[in-house]
Design a protein around this ligand. Structure first.
Ligand code: PEP
Ligand code: MN
Length: 457
């Protein structure tokens, strides 16, 4: 077929790919469902439900990510490590949205660039685990793999994978999405009213003055432009928000994989922007096989064990035609390893002339357990990895085009440090995550301010 899309068509319509072709590949991290028939019935039900997103939105996001690759946008991707069913509530959702909007305001103002906002939500219900089972007092049960698979309580019933949980996860994703869309369409994200996004910390944080000055400055600029033009400045009352999650539970992802009228190929319509995690990133494995065939923009987590040749192979598999906006690489090396591990990867891709969007996840390489038994991350290490990442990209002639963060709009104490200098002893006060520790609203804002300062240097 002639036309501008001809080359792109070959990208993902590789011989042998189908929504279920991952099933023939070696896989890890997938639960063993005890009742195969119940699983099949649930998947049939899921396949028949309406999609959560549209192909138009997916292609629009791909375009924005292509602009971020070219240095014309910055990607802000963030949310919980894992959503859980109990937190599908108006406060949790709107507070998370508020902190992401506040962060994007800081970034837009400081970087002078439009920001692409992508939530780690509306589907982030599956978790990779280091061990398949957990043993307590001599009893061994399957590990908790996220609310889409089983429940965290340590008893046999709770830990048995239940396919019906996929239906509940899908419904909660739809509710989350619906609420976020309604808030944004109703004017919640209006730049004329950043006070809508105020969270408790704005009243008493050491960062509050800097944030307030920025808000006043932006308000003045908006009014000035409107006075000049005699019109409302276009689009300030609207922002776009996209969703993402780890494409881990492949039977669920397969059921969201659809064809769309007047579009070629296949889309995952359960999220705009799926990624493959570090533990499932084998080039010939099931997860990469699934991701390579869909037309969504996709991301890959890159950890310290990935060698340059391995990464080049993954890039070839996931983006053989070097399509703009298609592939994001999220590096997560840890503050102590990033200076050694990242530059060879940056050099290899640059030498090969490959087009990717580089993003830093300064969370997952910096997880540790305190002496009192809490999984935490130290703000100083998160900050250090991020600052080093900006410097390493600058030195390599590549561009760090975004950040990927685990954060919440709640006042939790899960990561230590930050403007309020939380200590290990503070963790007990408000530790709520069942998986990884998140930045609280104030620490998240501090990261946004830090990015701006770093880029201004
Ligand atoms: C995560 O993003 O929650 C995660 C498990 O990351 P990674 O695959 O990078 O370890
Ligand atoms: Mn995590």
């Amino acid at each position: 077929m002639p036309g501008p899309d001809r080359n792109l068509q070959s990208v993902n319509l590789d011989a042998g790919w189908a929504p279920e072709s991952w099933r023939a590949r070696p896989s890890t991290q997938l639960p063993a469902y005890p009742d195969a028939r119940a699983l099949q019935e649930t998947l049939a039900e899921l396949r028949a439900l309406p999609p959560l997103v549209t192909s138009w939105e997916i292609l629009a996001l791909k375009q924005r990510l292509a602009e971020a690759q070219d240095g014309r946008r910055f990607l802000l991707q963030g949310g919980d490590c894992a959503e859980n069913f109990g937190d599908c509530s108006p406060d949790v959702i709107s507070n998370r949205l508020k902190v992401l909007l506040q962060m994007s305001l800081v970034l837009v103002h400081g970087l002078h660039l439009p920001v692409v906002r992508v939530g780690r939500f509306a589907g982030q219900y599956a978790k990779p685990r280091s061990l398949d089972t957990e043993t307590v007092d001599g009893t061994t049960l399957p590990s908790y793999r996220g609310d889409i698979v089983n429940a965290p309580e340590f008893d046999a019933r709770a830990r048995t994978p239940d396919p019906q949980r996929m239906i509940r996860a899908h419904a909660r994703s739809a509710m989350t999405m619906n609420f976020v869309r309604a808030l944004i369409d109703g004017g919640f994200a209006d730049l004329h009213h950043p006070e809508y996004w105020n969270l408790d910390w704005v009243g008493h944080s050491p960062l509050a003055d800097e944030y307030r000055r920025m808000v006043v400055g932006i308000g003045d600029a908006v009014r000035f432009m409107e006075t000049l033009s005699g019109n409302a400045v276009n689009n300030l009352d609207r922002v776009d928000f996209y969703t993402s999650h780890e494409a881990l539970l492949l039977p669920y992802e397969e059921a969201q994989t659809r064809q769309v009228p007047r579009q070629w190929g296949w889309f995952n319509l359960g999220t705009h922007f799926p990624w493959v995690g570090m533990r499932t990133a084998a080039a010939d494995g099931a997860h990469v096989e699934y991701l390579r065939g869909i037309r969504n923009p996709v991301a890959l987590k890159v950890g310290p064990s990935v060698a340059p040749e391995q990464l080049l192979r993954l890039v070839d598999v996931l983006n053989p035609d070097d399509e703009a906006g298609r592939l994001t690489l999220i590096h997560r090396m840890g503050a102590t390893q990033v200076a050694n591990k990242l530059p060879p990867l940056l050099d290899a891709l640059r030498r090969d002339g490959r087009r990717v969007l580089w993003v830093c996840d300064p969370m997952h390489g910096n997880t540790e357990v305190t002496s009192n038994g809490y999984k935490t991350r130290r703000f100083a290490n998160i900050r250090s990895e991020l600052e080093q990442a900006f410097e390493l990209h600058a030195a390599a002639g590549t561009r760090l085009g975004g950040v990927h963060l685990e954060l919440t709009g709640e006042d939790v104490t899960e990561c230590t440090g930050g403007a309020r200098a939380l200590t290990d002893a503070d963790l007990a006060r408000a530790y709520r995550s069942t998986v990884d520790p998140r930045l609280n609203y104030e620490q998240a804002l501090e990261i946004a301010m830090l990015i701006v300062r770093k880029q201004a240097q």
